[in-house]
Design a protein around this ligand. Structure first.
Ligand SMILES: Nc1nc2c(ncn2[C@@H]2O[C@H](COP(=O)(O)OP(=O)(O)O)[C@@H](O)[C@H]2O)c(=O)[nH]1
Ligand SMILES: [Mg+2]
Ligand SMILES: [Zn+2]
Length: 288
């Protein structure tokens, strides 16, 4: 039997299968082998006559988020506010890169449409027109159906700056989550909420991770060629004069030519150069 771990508490794992959610324990040998099942893991189970189930094996993971540990995330819902706080577009682009390097599909979510600043909305549409994206309001419910469609059949988790409305959106999608919203409640509820384990909530034919704050493993190598693959805009370019062109200051660069006719947003490009320079720096110093 096969299933996905949706929750792990005190050595018990709740595995979602064709036959419902089954409470299971990990095979004893896992501990000796240093293997810990995590939420999102695809596992094989044996059901014993007593009704007790054992996880026999963990299927290979497509990716692994840390703090909290979650495996096999399909989509990262990157939230940006159309009002306040002012968007941190560089963070947004870095999240896209991290997602793609971890084989997670980024979906861009512009929240607070009810109070949208037109220039933010414009920048969002211009810079991310090649990405799946939705414009929503956790407050009015606008766009939530499109967000549900983005979750269908996928394991999803939210990411983005503080106060953009991640918790509000999760509550709007799944009222039973009842996450604390806004600055004040966050502080007073800290004790209650930091001890919780990450949990997947099956919904809309997919599942939502209930924690927005997480880290991705950093790439092992800051491979600039892999970075290039994170920019769908670059595929529109004519070939560059130099193979392996990083589209920074090389002559005869097809990507830089895209800037002149609006196929590549200058703002996205500027942030790309920052991220690429950071990759180069980290690659050169990774053994320091
Ligand atoms: N106007 C407006 N405010 C929102 C919306 N969504 C969230 N907020 C407000 O933004 C603040 C931060 O929301 P929260 O969900 O805690 O953000 P998080 O830090 O990303 O989880 C709260 O005061 C929310 O009431 C929205 O769609 N429209
Ligand atoms: Mg929050
Ligand atoms: Zn180039």
């Amino acid at each position: 039997m096969e299933g996905s771990i949706i929750k792990g508490v005190g050595g018990f794992y709740y595995v979602s299968t064709d036959q419902g959610v089954i409470t299971s324990k990990a095979r004893g040998a896992f501990r000796k082998e240093g293997i810990t099942p995590v939420v999102g893991d695809r596992v094989t189970l044996t059901l014993h006559a007593s009704g007790y189930a054992q996880i026999d094996a963990i299927l290979p993971r497509r990716n692994l988020l840390i703090r909290p540990a979650v495996a096999n995330v399909d989509r990262l819902l990157i939230v940006i506010s159309a009002h306040l706080p002012e968007p941190d577009w560089l963070l947004c682009d870095k999240l896209i890169v991290q997602a793609k390097l971890n084989h997670i599909e980024p979906v861009l979510v512009l929240n607070k449409a009810d109070e949208a600043d037109p220039s933010i909305r414009e920048a969002f549409e211009r810079d991310y027109r090649l990405f799946p994206r939705v414009v929503v309001s956790a407050r009015t419910g606008e766009g939530l159906h499109a967000l549900q469609d983005a979750i269908r059949g996928k394991i999803c988790c939210f990411a983005g700056q503080s106060a953009v409305g991640k918790s509000s959106l999760m509550n709007a999608l799944l009222p039973e989550l009842d996450l604390p919203v806004g600055e004040l409640t966050r502080k007073t509820d800290r004790g209650r909420h930091t001890t919780r384990h990450a949990q997947l909530w099956p919904c809309f034919g997919g599942a939502l991770l209930d924690t927005p704050g997480f880290s991705l493993y950093e790439p092992d190598s800051f491979d600039e060629q892999l970075l290039l693959g994170c920019y769908p805009e670059f595929a529109l370019a004519d070939p560059c004069r130099f193979p392996g062109c990083m589209h920074r200051s090389e002559p005869g660069c097809g990507v830089k030519a895209l800037l002149t006719d609006g196929r590549l947003s200058p703002a996205r490009y500027e942030r790309y150069v920052q991220i690429a320079n950071d990759f180069t720096f980290r690659r050169k110093h990774q053994y320091d």
